[in-house]
Design a protein around this ligand. Structure first.
Ligand code: 4NP
Length: 154
């Protein structure tokens, strides 16, 4: 099983969106028995809160299934529980490298580095624009899935 963890700051906007978008792609590609997907936040700012309504609106607009979930913080001990930590921006890549002291197995990647955009995903918590976030997450998730399929011969 390839274990993927999407990571943002609060775990209420961007990483849960990526989790559900990617789960849907994995299911449609018939790879549910090969790839598992979760999300976490680097901060404790929103611990226990449910997914932001702006994220839920976008998921519903695109008919992406989702379940109720509550913001959970990434812990140092999680390093061995995942194969890929996919951050939404360079801030969260940096915060993870600090948390894990280093990234000895090179598990940390920024989502849009799998695309030609190679940039951060802006935080809709501040921009209020969940539609742009969705478009970038969808693009990044598709590119990341293609990467996994090729790299692991799925
Ligand atoms: P997210 O957005 O990292 O995409 O979940 C945020 C949500 C809340 C906060 C920051 C970012 N906050 O500071 O409370």
């Amino acid at each position: 099983m390839i274990r993927v963890c999407f990571v943002c700051l609060g775990n209420i906007c961007r990483s849960p969106m990526a989790e559900f978008v990617f789960k849907d792609m994995v299911k449609k590609a018939n790879l549910e028995d090969k790839i598992s997907v979760l999300s976490r936040g680097t901060s404790d700012e929103e611990l226990g809160k449910s997914v932001h309504s702006g994220t839920i609106n976008e998921l519903e607009r695109h008919h992406i299934p989702y379940t109720l979930r509550y913001a959970t913080q990434l812990k140092k001990e999680d390093y061995d529980s995942f194969d890929y930590f996919i951050s939404v921006d360079s801030l969260n890549s940096r915060l993870m490298r600090n948390l894990f002291i280093h990234d000895k197995d090179l598990k940390i990647h920024r989502l849009l580095d799998f695309t030609s955009l190679k940039k951060d995903i802006a935080d809709p918590w501040y921009t209020g624009n969940f539609t742009v976030t969705y478009q970038e997450i969808e693009l990044g998730c598709q590119a990341f899935l293609n990467y996994l399929i090729e790299k692991h011969s799925l």
